[in-house]
Design a protein around this ligand. Structure first.
Ligand code: B1M
Length: 211
């Protein structure tokens, strides 16, 4: 039986080799991939963030932790995405302009895929015009905006305004999320929905499709 605490510690210390090896082992033992993410990997990133805040970690350590997390996620993403069956709707997703954090957004994208949505992932640091162009070109049902920095949250409002001035306001629904984002902020900027996590994002999108 794999010692999953090793996965947490490998991510926290940026040991990509061990993180990948433990993930492989755990998956071979049929451990639920979502459990690996929520119980071991996200808490490791949270601890890296806490250490960064109290200056025990600096940007290089965060980068190493992120690299280890991504190494494991590469193995997990296809499994999460493969859970889906019938296409439920089309989603354009991206991290807003100025923000390079993409691990969280990648998880949301994978679970949406797993939830049966077709996902067009624009990556990180996405300008409002790119969201507008993709929404139009792909005839999207939803735009999902992610922000992990307080200073990039206003780019969500800018993106919503850009969609409205392009005449897409009533056609495509905008859902927002990311660690500093709240329901109150979503309401303030006129988003159609807010989800605090990848799983709740899927539930929200499904609810809106059903409604
Ligand atoms: Co940065 N960083 N970072 N960082 N980083 C944070 C976010 C921070 C909280 C760390 C801290 O101080 N404790 C802090 C932000 C403070 C703030 O503004 N409130 C911070 C900072 C300050 C910075 C820099 C400014 C540091 C610097 O350079 N001085 C810099 C900014 C660069 C930029 O973007 N322009 C920076 C850089 C980086 C790295 C590049 C080193 C790296 C990112 C690598 C990458 O993503 N490729 C990094 C990392 C790794 C972090 C932490 C440690 C981890 C982030 C992460 O991946 N978490 C982070 C601290 C933390 O989060 N505890 C931190 C894992 C993720 C799965 O967690 O957010 O729970 P979580 O994900 C959820 C939700 O967010 C939600 O679903 C996800 C999955 O369940 N969600 C959505 C997200 N998007 C959604 C969209 C939706 C719905 C739900 O749409 C509907």
């Amino acid at each position: 039986m794999t010692d999953l605490a090793k996965l947490h510690d490998a991510i926290l210390t940026g040991d990509v080799k061990t993180a990948v090896a433990v993930t492989k082992e755990a998956l071979a033992e049929n451990t639920d991939p979502l459990e690996l993410v929520t119980r071991y990997m996200i808490p490791a990133m949270d601890e890296a963030g806490r250490r960064f805040e109290c200056e025990e970690y600096f940007v290089p350590e965060l980068l190493l932790a992120a690299r280890a997390m991504k190494g494991s996620l590469e193995l997990i993403r296809p499994l999460l995405a493969a859970r889906g069956t019938e296409p439920t709707g089309r989603v354009v997703i991206g991290t807003v302009k100025g923000d390079l954090h993409d691990i969280d957004k990648n998880l949301v994208a994978s679970l949406l895929e797993g939830g049966g949505f077709e996902v067009i992932d624009l990556g990180a640091d996405v300008a409002p015009e790119r969201f507008v162009a993709a929404a139009r070109e792909k005839n999207a049902d939803f735009i999902c905006l992610s922000a992990l920095l307080t200073v990039t949250m206003p780019a969500m409002r800018t993106t919503i305004l850009a969609l409205k001035s392009a005449g897409l306001g009533g056609q495509v629904r905008v859902l927002v999320g990311g660690a500093p984002v709240t329901q109150q902020y979503a309401d303030e900027i006129g988003a159609d929905g807010y989800a605090p996590s990848a799983t709740t994002a899927v539930a929200l999108a499904r609810r809106l499709v059903a409604a």
